[in-house]
Design a protein around this ligand. Structure first.
Ligand code: S3P
Length: 429
């Protein structure tokens, strides 16, 4: 679907509560299904990806009800899942696919996972290889979807160093380790988002953490809980970027998730001379707070491998900000961007270069020279079906005085269906 985009000059003013966190919404359904008793997840994200997770668990026999902003899950435990009557459709969702590969690796029945074209090209070997070490039988061609998890009676305990910095892989292996025949040890090379660990403990489970190594004991009893999903910091980031870049903006975002494994974008904008303050800090099973953002003149920054995991989903926005910053911004160690919903190095470079940005593409990152005014393009902009590219381009258009048509704008439904409407409500022309 093509969409005509609003351009500037404009500022962002007012207050907005961004929708619930995608990573935490997925996990609330997964852990809710495995727990004993009832789980309610308020401020749940009803986006396409999370709806796929709900549909999969319903197909596995888990009673789930939804109201306007809450999901209620009646837990059945790992032994209470039922064989699905059809293939399990993961849509565009890498998180559903990878986490469920681990969670469903030991069931007495086989299941087939399918997904859309983008998901069917994404690498699953990063989960399939360690699962194979645990003895799980999974049939896949070229380690991609469609794939079939066979009926597996046992999983061996795993002692494994995860070669890529990926919370999806870590979470999949935690779920598998909960069903292994003994304790497992999982080591990360760099810390990634820890929502699975936090929620598991909130549900009464336990994990031992020693540096970057987790020890997971099998056969834990989890109990359903009531929780409120924090606002998604990755969705908030689009407004943070827009308010920072549009001179005269003054914006408040309420109840945003501030888990330290997710606040990389706020830190990066701070280091670039941005103007963000945090108020009303609270800590439940996840920390949250209100963000106040004022526009600022940014300066370039250098980002290396160590800082990538906590800003991985916001890197397209870092690049957009860097096009408006004084000086050079260099991003390296970010090769994981190439295996997201699109190759985000390639899609960011292609679309922002069309608009006049100066970006050099590297195998593992980009070098951006700013500031460059962004301008009208020959033809259209394209999200390539990637939600985060679509929303980044919607913000980019505000930095110009020109009209744009964005192809495949409907991709935003994956994580933030009302993003454009919410953006327009905050815009003052
Ligand atoms: C996610 C982890 C990240 C992130 C994705 C959500 C999660 O992926 O990019 O949007 O919920 O665990 P990787 O683990 O592949 O880096």
């Amino acid at each position: 679907m093509d969409k005509e985009l609003t351009s500037g000059p404009a500022v962002l003013k007012g207050t907005c509560a961004v929708p619930g966190d995608k990573s935490i919404s997925h996990r609330s359904v997964m852990l809710g299904a495995l727990a004993k008793g009832t789980t309610t997840a308020k401020h749940f994200l009803f986006s396409a990806d999370c709806l796929h997770t709900i549909a999969v668990f319903k197909a596995l026999g888990v009673p789930i009800e939804t109201t306007e902003d809450t999901v209620t899950i009646q837990g059945v435990g790992l032994k209470g899942l039922k064989p699905p009557k059809a293939d399990l459709d993961m849509g565009n969702s890498g998180t559903s696919t990878r986490l469920l590969l681990g969670l469903l690796a030991r069931q007495p029945f086989a299941m087939t996972f399918i997904g859309d074209d983008s998901l069917s090209q994404r690498p699953m070997g990063r989960v399939l290889n360690p699962l194979a070490e645990m003895g799980a039988q999974v049939t896949a061609t070229d380690d991609r979807l469609p794939l079939t998890i066979q009926a597996n009676a046992h999983l061996k305990p795993l002692d494994y160093t995860i070669p890529v910095a990926s919370a999806q892989v870590k979470s999949a292996l935690i779920f598998a380790a909960l069903q292994a025949d003994g304790p497992s040890h999982l080591t990360e090379k760099l810390a990634t988002r820890d929502h699975t660990e936090r929620m598991l403990q909130y549900f009464g489970g336990h994990l031992e953490k020693d540096g970057l190594t987790l020890t997971v004991q099998p056969n834990q009893t989890l109990t359903g809980k009531d929780l409120t999903v924090p606002g998604d910091p990755s969705s908030a980031a689009f407004f943070v970027a827009a308010a920072t870049l549009l001179a005269g903006s003054d914006l408040t975002l309420t109840h945003v998730g501030l888990n330290p494994t997710r606040t990389g974008f706020l830190e990066v904008i701070g280091q670039m001379n941005g103007n963000i303050s945090v108020a009303n800090l609270e800590t439940d099973f996840e920390p949250t707070g209100d963000l106040k953002i004022k526009s600022a003149d940014l300066t370039g920054i250098t980002l290396t491998k160590e800082s990538i995991p906590s800003v991985i989903d916001e890197l397209p926005l870092v690049v957009l900000c860097a096009t408006q910053a004084q000086g050079v911004t260099e991003i390296s160690g970010a090769e994981e961007l190439r295996v997201k919903e699109t190759d985000r190095i390639s899609t960011v470079v292609t679309e922002l270069t069309k608009m006049g940005a100066k970006i050099e593409e590297k195998p593992d990152g980009m070098i951006i020279t700013g500031p460059t005014p962004l301008h009208k393009v020959q033809g259209t902009l394209n999200s390539y079906g990637d939600h985060r590219i679509a929303m980044m381009l919607m913000v980019a258009a505000l930095l110009t005085k020109d009209d744009f048509t964005l192809q495949q704008a409907e991709a935003i439904a994956v994580s933030y269906p009302d993003f454009y409407d919410d953006l327009l409500k905050l815009l003052v022309k």
